[in-house]
Each structure stands twice: as C-alpha cells, then as structure tokens.
Design a protein around this ligand. Structure first.
Ligand code: E4P
Length: 224
C-alpha cells in the first residue's frame, strides 16, 4: 500500500520524505489556505520535494473552470494530479482532463455509487473520506472495503485512495482491505512508528550498551 501525506506543509512533507516512506501528497484548499502562500509556488515546491503524485484541487466547481485550472496545474510540475469532486461538473472536467492525458483524483466520495462513477469515468484515483463518514455516524472503512471489492469484480484500474484518515487503525484497516493508497495527516504517519515495547526495548539496549562501555573504561583505567 502506498503512503501519501495529506498536507501542504513543506516542513511536514520534508520530514516524511526524509523517512523514505513517502509515495505522494494530497492537498486541498483548506491545507493550502493554512500556508498563506501563492498556490503555484507552494505546489511547485511540494512537487520538487516529493517526486510521487501530488494532488491539487481546483478553486472553482464548474466544469469549464476546473478544466482551465486543471490544465494550468498540469504545467506546474509533471507529478501533478488534478482533484475533481464527484459531481456531474467534476466528472465532465475529469473526462476532458483525461483526454489530454492529465491524471485525476476523484474526491469527496461518500458512497459506492459515486465510486462506481469515478471508475467508469476513468479516474486515476478515487478518494473515499473515511473519517468524515465516521463523524456522521456511518462506517467509513466499510465503504473502502466495498469499493475495493466492487472494483476487483470488474477489474477497474482506478486506485482506491483512503482519505480523511484520523488514526493508525484507519491505516491498518485500509491495508487489510487491499486499498492501493492511504493518505494521512503527518501526525498519523508519525504515530505509525509508535509502540511502547519499542521504547522500552530500546531504552534497555541503550542502558546495557552504556553499562558495558563504562565497565570497560573502568577495567582499562585499572590496568593503567
Ligand atoms: C483528501 O484528499 C482530503 O484532503 C482529506 O483526506 C480530508 O481529510 P479531513 O476529513 O481530515 O479534512
């Protein structure tokens, strides 16, 4: 399963990239607004740090506007993927962008019906929003499982990108249902490292290494 980071923070993207486990980035207008920078400069810097796919979301909702912005985004860097919402306008934009060889990530997906449209229309990625479904009292991961199952039946090439992930269990569940990609906040990626037994084990090994070093020093000193 590929790991994408869901942020527009250069600091977070650099840190994740330094671990060697970063396969791509997803941004959205909320992330971009937090950075307070020109959209193009920010995306170009992100694309230069992470060579994998970087999803960029248009700032308008009509097909013509999304096509215009999407075509422009695609000139910013070769690894740009354009996000389109799963609306009739979004799918029109997807068809036009795809015809020009521009990859699209179909976003704001909350049902299997929407995910089927995304695949039939030729989305490169489909993004079910797990955490937001959980927030609404539904089971977000069940949707991801259903999309993976249905796509397998028909051999759709659209990659399932679990989005709106809130904690490490969401990432683990995504892997278990055979999701292609999980996009997560930096905090969740950091949490994936954590296990209390790792901390306890490391502390014990380091303490033993320190103890041996000091014993050897004492012995050397005693020998003169
Ligand atoms: C995905 O592309 C979205 O940017 C993101 O996962 C939304 O997550 P949120 O529900 O935590 O805002």
């Amino acid at each position: 399963m590929e790991f994408f980071i869901d942020t527009a923070s250069i600091e977070e993207i650099r840190a994740a990239q330094s671990w060697g486990i970063l396969d791509g980035v997803t941004t959205n207008p909320t992330h971009v607004a937090k950075e307070g920078r020109e959209h193009k400069d920010l995306i170009q810097e992100i694309c230069s740090i992470c060579p994998g796919p970087v999803s960029v979301e248009p700032t308008v909702a009509d097909a013509q506007g999304m096509i215009r912005e999407g075509e422009e985004f695609a000139t910013w860097a070769p690894n740009v993927v354009v996000k389109v919402p799963i609306t009739p306008e979004g799918v029109r934009a997807l068809r036009a962008l795809r015809a020009k060889g521009i990859r699209c990530n179909v976003t704001l997906v909350f049902s299997l019906a929407q995910a089927l449209i995304a695949a039939k229309a030729g989305g490169t990625y489909v993004s079910p929003f797990v955490g937001r479904l959980d927030d609404a009292g539904a089971d977000g991961m069940e949707l991801v499982r259903d999309i993976c199952d249905a796509y397998r039946h028909y051999g759709f090439e659209t990659k399932v990108l679990a989005a709106s992930l809130r904690h490490p269990v969401h990432v683990i569940q995504s892997a278990l249902v055979g999701c292609h990609v999980a996009t997560m906040p930096f905090r969740v990626m950091e949490q994936l490292f954590n296990h209390p037994m790792t901390d306890i084990g490391l502390e014990k090994f380091l303490a033993d290494a320190r103890r041996l070093k000091s014993e050897l020093e004492i012995r050397r000193a005693a020998r003169g």
